[in-house]
Design a protein around this ligand. Sequence first.
Ligand code: FPP
Length: 247
Amino acid sequence: MKMDKPAGGSDPALSNDLHVAVIMDGNGRWAQNRGWPRLVGHRKGAERVRELVNACPDLGIRYLTLYAFSTENWSRTTEEVLGLMSLFGRYIKREAGRMKTEGVRMRIIGDRSPLDPKLQALFDWIEADTAGNDRVHLTVAINYGGRDEIRRAAQSVARAVQAGALDAAAITDQVMSRHLDTGALPDPDLVVRTSGETRVSNFLLWQAAYAEYVFTPVLWPDFTPDTMKTVLDGFAKRERRFGGVLT
Ligand code: FPP
């Protein structure tokens, strides 16, 4: 027996509107295990992203949210940081046409203000270019941290209160959700983390309050649409109670 979800989203057992979020971990180890530079792992990881996005309609995933670069990832070498940024740009340029024809709407979440202005412009462009699409919602978190996002949302809410547009007593969970970077998205049903690590690492802290978590030992560059299918089959068997009791 499934319980109703408190806010946002849909019952995954009843629809093809699943929201799956993924912490794509293990690219560096995958490459290092082969004696290759870490960036080779990230490039293979980008191929897996492309495959997964294309497989979303068959997997019943309407919303796919991917953790690509955290607010903590700046501590990596300049070579790796620049390599990742350039990979994000290349992905958008290469995939723009396919996203258009396949009905993929792309969004970027996180604080983009410290990023290269050219990359920021590319983010603005792809978001506008795919804004009319509704078949798959691909959201990529770049310079994203859950606490940072909640702090920015709190500032935005405080500004609305200061301006007299919002009464402090009217700040509900829904108001907070709308001020997050993910304001237009339902909450995730499932968060998957690859590579055997069992941490949340500051990802979707507010949004994943009722999500199920799956931790798999598979490294992200080995994570195929078939692996996701296996994960989803396991997820479908779980009881989701959202704090209630089974009836
Ligand atoms: C974590 O693995 C992965 C990242 C920090 C980068 C994720 C980026 C991609 C998959 C590239 C493409 C993404 C898009 C959206 C085009 P890690 O490097 O921390 O691995 P490790 O723990 O084995 O070192």
